[in-house]
Every structure is written in structure tokens, then in C-alpha cells.
Design a protein around this ligand. Structure first.
Ligand SMILES: Cc1ncc(COP(=O)(O)O)c(C=O)c1O
Length: 426
């Protein structure tokens, strides 16, 4: 596209966003892209309207396979030519194959039942309904700092008051427990717990890996009280953190695992609940107890099948990238002590914590300007989330780290805590 047309397209898109979606959103998009907009995705990169490219180490964890992974695109194209949506009164071979594959993929022999949806919060809603129906109980135990989505049911389990304000009464009976083994017994003291819902690594909550001892205490209490343990791996699963699933990797034996985000291969929206027959019993008894029109739609299922194959093929590459990235971030933290206060993460999910939200905001904007897209954390504005895709080359990972390092070095004095200008940051 000629430069003048691309510039006009960017202005038009930002203007329409401002007029019809949100002026605040248009402002943020404009600042992150320095006035440019996204035009095309290609592997680990996004092409912008002003001709620049940016590394996509963000996209809120959706692009684990990068942008437009060729095998996922090919599968989706094949399904487009066959049957992208289902009649929903006939069995669909692609949907059935995805259910079968997921049942064999997550925790084979245990999580043998599968419900499919689109957004992550669909999976949360379905799992909470199943737990209530299967137990006849009402309460849900979630964890302080948790993020499970913003639909009304899921929102009750999400911790951040910013998103809950003005919406009471939400789904009742949700207790948030501190991430401390000593706090667990109190959460079960009143009984009636249908489900424990937990992210093994809190993503939106600032990339906070929960201590295995806490997770084990929570899982043990859930099982001792006859409550279902639901691992929300919408962000952490599918090898984002290394193992297929963090929860089963820790031996937690969840009764359900929730997948989303990257499950559609970065091409289609897709989520899944992988559940034990006991938790799934209400849907076995009545498959119409929880339905959505597009649940299991073949186009998404085709993307999911291709994504699972691609993720497994890239698993060894993920280990290499994780090591490279972890070492690089440690170096950046050491070089910018005072400005970067902590680096936390696992596999390809990393949080860089800055001294203040303003510093993180400045870095986010400068990264966008310099060519690195990352994701902020909705509940912790001082933390930026870096989500390298499995398809990134070593050179692209090093480039991302170099951009982050140089942006940190250029953070002006006013965004730094007094006396916090670290070595090597000058
Ligand atoms: C752990 C977790 N659960 C649930 C959700 C909600 O998913 P969605 O935004 O696709 O509804 C998210 C989204 O960020 C998430 O990170």
C-alpha cells in the first residue's frame, strides 16, 4: 500500500475507534503505535501501517505459535472449503476429532470429557456450572490476585475490584484465599465448596507463579472436601510454561483443566474444558444443559487440531527459547536495578516488574515505538508481560531483549524512583 494510503488508513482506523469504540482506547493505540496501526502478522512479527515491523511478544498470550502459523492457516483453509459452521443437529468430524485429541492430550485416562467454546471466560462459566450441578453445592474458592475473565460469572472469581465495581451482586459464594498454605483451611471452614478455581501462574495478576506448596495444599483441601479442582490454564497451558499443563506437571490431579487463548493457533477463537467424567456428569445426563451456538464450530476445531500438533513439534524449541529469554531478562534486571525491581516467570511467560506503573507505562510505549509489542498486566500496571512465541528465532529473541535493554537505559529520570538509577542504565 502506498505510504499516503497507509497513513490515511491508520488515521481512519484510529478516528473510527475514537468515535465508535472509545476515545481512551484510540489514544492508547495511537501512543503504542506512534500513530501507526497493525496491518499484517507474519510469524514473530507484525507489520505496521508506517512500514515498520514490530516483534510480537505480547498479544495477550494468543500468538504462542506466532502470527498466521502456516499449518494452522492451511487447516483452517481446508475447513473453510468444507464446512466452517455446524448444523448442530449432525455430528461433525472435525469437532469430534478435536474432542478426541484433547481427551488424549491433557491428562489421558483422567480428563476424558471435553466441552468446547470460544473465549476463555466461556470455559470458566461452563466449568463453574458443571461444578455446581455435579456437587449440588454453591461456593467457589478462588485465589487473591486471580484473573478468570469478565463475563458476570467469571468476574465473581476475578480478584481485581476495578472490574467488579458497580456490578454487585455478582455470582454469590466466591471466596478469595490468600496464596498461603496456612490460609487454605479457613477457606473451606464453612463447607459447601463446589469448586476451587486456580491459575498455577497468575498471568494478569502480574505473572506470579504460585508456590507449589500452596497449590498442593489447595488441591489436597479441594479433594478432601469433595470439591472439584479446576486449573485455569487458559494462559499457562499448551506448553506456554514448558510442560503441556503446569497443573498436571506438578501432580495436582485437577478435575478440570481450562484451555483458551493459544488453543486456536492464533488464528481462531477457541477454548476447552477438559474434565473428569465425575465433573462432566451433568452434561452426560443432559448435553443441552450448557450450550452456545458456536461451541465446537468446525473452523475453530480445525485450528485447534493443527495448533496441538504444531505446539508438540515445537516443544524442544520452546525449552531453548525459555533458557535464552530467562538468562537475558536476568541480565536486564541486573543492569537496571532500581528501575526493574523483579523478573518473574516460567517458560515463555515472563513478567518484568518496574519500580512504578508510570515507568512501566513509559517503557510500554517506547517498546511499541522501537519495535517490540508486549502485553501489560491488567491487575498490575507496574508489570509488563513478555510472551515470546515458539516460532521466534534466537536472533528475534535476542533482538527483543536488546530492545528492552535499550528502552530501559533510556527511561528518563522522572520515571525512576529517587536514587534508583541502576548501573549500566546510563
Ligand atoms: C487465566 C485466564 N483465565 C481466563 C481468561 C479469560 O479469557 P477471555 O478473555 O478469552 O475470556 C483469561 C484472559 O486473559 C486468563 O488469562
Amino acid at each position: 500500500m502506498p505510504a499516503a494510503d497507509a497513513h490515511g488508513a491508520a488515521r481512519g482506523a484510529l478516528d473510527a475507534t475514537r468515535r465508535h469504540q472509545s476515545a481512551q482506547l484510540a489514544l492508547v493505540y495511537g501512543m503504542n503505535g506512534s500513530g501507526a496501526i497493525e496491518m499484517r502478522g507474519e510469524g514473530a512479527r507484525v507489520l505496521l501501517s508506517d512500514g515498520r515491523t514490530a516483534l510480537d511478544f505480547g498479544s495477550y498470550a494468543v500468538t504462542l505459535l506466532g502470527q498466521r502459523h502456516p499449518a494452522v492457516l492451511a487447516a483452517v483453509r481446508r475447513e473453510l472449503d468444507a464446512m466452517p459452521v455446524s448444523t448442530r443437529v449432525l455430528a461433525n468430524p472435525t469437532t469430534a476429532r478435536l474432542a478426541e485429541r484433547l481427551a488424549a492430550w491433557g491428562d489421558p485416562g483422567r480428563l476424558t470429557k471435553v466441552w468446547l467454546g470460544a473465549n476463555g471466560c466461556d470455559a470458566v462459566e461452563a466449568a463453574l456450572k458443571l461444578a455446581r450441578l455435579a456437587t449440588g453445592r454453591t461456593r467457589v474458592v478462588a485465589v487473591e490476585g486471580a484473573y478468570h475473565g469478565k463475563s458476570l460469572g467469571a468476574l465473581a472469581a476475578t480478584w481485581n475490584p476495578r472490574y467488579r465495581r458497580g456490578l454487585d451482586p455478582l455470582l454469590g459464594g466466591v471466596t478469595h484465599v490468600a496464596a498461603d498454605p496456612a490460609a487454605v483451611p479457613r477457606a473451606f471452614a464453612d463447607g459447601d465448596v463446589a469448586a476451587v478455581l486456580v491459575e498455577p501462574v497468575q498471568g494478569e495478576g502480574g505473572v506470579r507463579p504460585l508456590e507449589p506448596d500452596f497449590l498442593r495444599a489447595l488441591a489436597a483441601a479441594a479433594h478432601a472436601h469433595g470439591a472439584f479442582l479446576i486449573a485455569d490454564e487458559i494462559q499457562t497451558g499448551l506448553r506456554r510454561c514448558g510442560p503441556r499443563l503446569v497443573s498436571t506437571g506438578l501432580g495436582l490431579e485437577p478435575d478440570a483443566v481450562l484451555l483458551g487463548k493459544a488453543l486456536g493457533g492464533g488464528v481462531q477463537p477457541l477454548c476447552a474444558v477438559l474434565a473428569t467424567p465425575e465433573l462432566y456428569a451433568p452434561l452426560t445426563a443432559d448435553p443441552f444443559a450448557h450450550t452456545t451456538t458456536f461451541s465446537g464450530y468446525p473452523l475453530g476445531a480445525a485450528a485447534g487440531l493443527a495448533a496441538l500438533t504444531a505446539v508438540e513439534a515445537l516443544a524442544p524449541r520452546g525449552e531453548v527459547l525459555a533458557g535464552l529469554f530467562s538468562a537475558g531478562l536476568d541480565r536486564i534486571a541486573a543492569d537496571h536495578r532500581g528501575l526493574v525491581t523483579r523478573v518473574r516467570g516460567l517458560g515463555l511467560l515472563w513478567g518484568v516488574e518496574f519500580a512504578t506503573p508510570a515507568a512501566a507505562g513509559h517503557v510500554l510505549m517506547e517498546l511499541g515505538r522501537t519495535g517490540l509489542v508486549v502485553s501489560p498486566c491488567l491487575a498490575r500496571p507496574e508489570v509488563l508481560r513478555l510472551l515470546p512465541p515458539l516460532v521466534a528465532s534466537d536472533a528475534e529473541a535476542e533482538e527483543a531483549l536488546a530492545i528492552l535493554g535499550s528502552v530501559c537505559a533510556g527511561v528518563p529520570e522522572e520515571f525512576r524512583p529517587a536514587g534508583g538509577r541502576g548501573q549500566g542504565s546510563g
